[in-house]
Design a protein around this ligand. Structure first.
Ligand code: R5P
Length: 282
């Protein structure tokens, strides 16, 4: 029932332990175009395709798989996208720009009845998908990974926008949570500080959706150190690491972990259980 795209190869072994895989052939023509072929028949399929680099190639492959599955007679198609590319481009900031995530949603909607995305940057953008679209936040998996490391610590979001993530993880662990906010201390100086919590002597887990350059996490971690935090852990759902980011963040904190929506050397938390559950609902 699961079809594994090139962007989800790293999840294949774990998924195959829990569910049946539909055999597909995926290759590239010498000119770089993709070729896919569905080698089995059935009624329903769940395509798993993460769309990290090469993003456009992985997206096109998702469309080709949708077309091939329809052509092969599959009637109901779902797609699980662990990491959705273009999700941060969710509004026009300069005249003439597209809402890129909307273009991607519409394109996927041509073939898929249901879309499941892990921790999408802005859940409101799922409204652009014409069918059923759901956001999955792997709070339990993240909480489970850190449960023995935090003690009576607390969970912090690096900004108010990520507060819901911190809340979800904190609720699983029964811990306190809050977020950082910017405080203007002079016309030229802005300071970041955690709101309404005392971090002195406490272990802290900072939770965000994406780590890219690592700048956000490093800044937050440095402030926590100044405020006397004990051990500092950071976690993000998607490790979209720019070059050198893993090393830079790792040096600034006690531990860095991300989930395996994108395969990286610090993808220590698996999202496969959530994918398997979607298969069980069929
Ligand atoms: C921003 O809106 C996102 O939620 C992340 O905070 C951001 O993408 C992290 O980027 P960086 O690692 O480059 O600071």
């Amino acid at each position: 029932m699961f079809v594994i795209g090139s962007g989800a190869k790293h999840l294949e072994e774990e998924i195959s332990r829990h569910g049946n895989l539909i055999n597909v052939e995926i290759k590239k023509f010498p000119d770089g175009e993709k070729y896919v072929r569905v080698l089995e028949r059935g009624k329903e399929a769940i395509v798993i395709q993460s769309t990290y680099h090469p993003q456009d190639e992985n997206l096109i492959e998702a469309l080709l798989l949708g077309d091939a599955l329809s052509e092969a007679g599959f009637k109901k198609l779902k797609i699980v996208i662990p990491y959705l590319a273009y999700s941060r481009q969710d509004r026009v900031t300069k005249e003439g720009e597209p809402i890129s995530v909307r273009a991607i949603m519409k394109m996927l909607g041509l073939y898929y009845d249901e879309l499941y995305v892990f921790d999408i940057h802005n859940p409101k953008t799922l409204e652009h998908f014409p069918g059923i679209a759901k956001n999955i936040y792997p709070a339990e998996a993240i909480a489970n990974y850190f449960k023995d490391k935090l003690g009576e610590g607390l969970i912090l979001a690096p900004d108010k926008g990520a507060l819901e993530r911190a809340k979800r993880v904190a609720e699983v662990l029964g811990l306190e949570y809050s977020h950082f906010e910017k405080e203007r201390i002079s016309p030229t100086e802005v300071r970041m500080k955690p709101v309404d919590v005392d971090v002195n002597g406490k272990n802290v887990l900072i939770v965000d959706d994406i780590i890219s350059t690592g700048g956000t996490m490093i800044k937050a971690a440095n402030i926590l150190r100044e405020l006397g935090a004990k051990e500092i852990f950071v976690v993000a759902t998607h490790g979209v690491f720019a070059e050198g980011a893993i090393e830079r963040v790792s040096k600034a904190v006690n531990e860095l972990a991300v989930t395996n929506t994108i395969p990286t050397e610090v993808s220590k938390i698996s999202i496969v259980d959530y994918i398997v559950k979607l298969g069980e609902k069929e």
